[in-house]
Each structure stands twice: as C-alpha cells, then as structure tokens.
Design a protein around this ligand. Sequence first.
Ligand code: 13P
Length: 250
Amino acid sequence: MRRPLVAGNWKMNGSRNSIETLLEGIKRGMDSVQQAEVAVCPPFVYIPLAQKELAGSGVAWGGQDMSIESSGAFTGETAASMLLDFGCSYAIVGHSERREYHRESDEQVARKYMAARGAGLKPIFCVGETLEEREQGITEAVIARQIDALIDLDGVESLRDGVIAYEPVWAIGTGETATPEQAQDVHAFIRARVAAQNADVAEGLRILYGGSMKPGNAAELIAKPDIDGGLIGGAALKAEDFLAICRAAN
Ligand code: 13P
C-alpha cells in the first residue's frame, strides 16, 4: 500500500506574519488527518520558520527547487545540503514554472533529482504537458520524454520509493482541473512506463496530481487507483483548505 502524500507548494507567496499563521493553522489541524503524509514547501527564506513551527508536528517541509551543484560560486542558488541543514525532507524539482521561466531542460531537472537524492532529500519530480501539447495529442510523448530523461541518466532504481507529480500545465492556477479520468489515464501511463523497466519500483512509486486541486475535487481524484496524493498550489495557502485536501485521503 502506498501512503498518500499531500504537499503544499507555496510558490512565491506569503510574509513572515502570514506564514506563521499558516504554519500554526496546519499544525493545529493535523489531528484530523489520519492517512496522508503531509509536507509544505515554503519560499527558501521562510524554511527556518517552518522548521521552528513544524519540528515534531508530523508535518514535513522542503524546498521548491534546489541547485544541481553542491557548493561554490553559484550566485542565488541553494544546495541540497543547505536544505538538509534546516531539516528539509523534500525538494520539488522540475516544476513547470521552473521549466518555463528558467528554461530548465529535462536533463537539468533529472540532474537536480539525482543531486537531491544523492544528498538524502526526497525529490518531488514534476512532469506535465502544456495545453498546446495536449491538443496536439502528444501528452504521453511529452511525459515519457520527461521521465526517460531521468531513467536514462540515473536508471530506474532512482525512482524506488520516489515521488513524481503529474501537473498538467493548463490546470495550474487556472481553476481548470483535469478530470479524475484524465488524470488517472496519465498516472497509469507513468506507472506503466516505469513498470516496463521495473515492476517493483513502479508499484512503490507515489504519483501525485497537481493543478487546481481543492477541497471540492480532492477526494474524487485521490480515489483513483494511481493517484497517490496531491501537490497543491493556491489551496495550500489557506490552512483550512489544505487540511481538507489532506483529509480527503482519510
Ligand atoms: P494550483 O494548485 O494553484 O493550480 O498549483 C498547482 C501547482 O503548481 C503545485 O505545484
């Protein structure tokens, strides 16, 4: 049995005050969350606050990105070891906003994944197609290319106990969610792609859905056999909404 994971990607939102309130709210509501593993990914500068608030709470925290490099002259970058220094368990890699606005290539994302795992973090490997790609009927080809970049570089074993987030770009922040069937189709495709190389790794792989997931649609999505939780943007910024999504996995 795969334990569901619900992770909040706070993106570039919040202030010291609002983040303290959000962290307290999540911590307070955790009693109601029975099944899901819960994690939050605040902006880097607020990670020490997350560590202070969440230590011992059962909620994990992580970064929204990280460097391929381990240290040195890389202005503006944050190394995996630095995230570990502040108690992070997770790091999101290859979010579509990084791929689009920072031109991160499939290979760079794969290398980030390797760097995170090598350092002892649990990377959340994001994949997903744009609206244009879906309309062209190449969704599966795009997802396959993104996943194969990792498998080619680091082997299928790199996905053992791993986490992939399927985030259709057209569903991110748009209010338009993939239907549970659309999402399940792609999740099943991802698992089959990995299973073709190693069935055991595929069975243990957690595949999260992301893209306008909210309290109203979370239960239906998570009920699908290959949807093992969510990566939540906007709805993760309100403790009550985020907790409701976490409870959807109960
Ligand atoms: P929204 O939940 O705001 O659509 O964002 C999803 C996302 O990008 C999570 O990484």
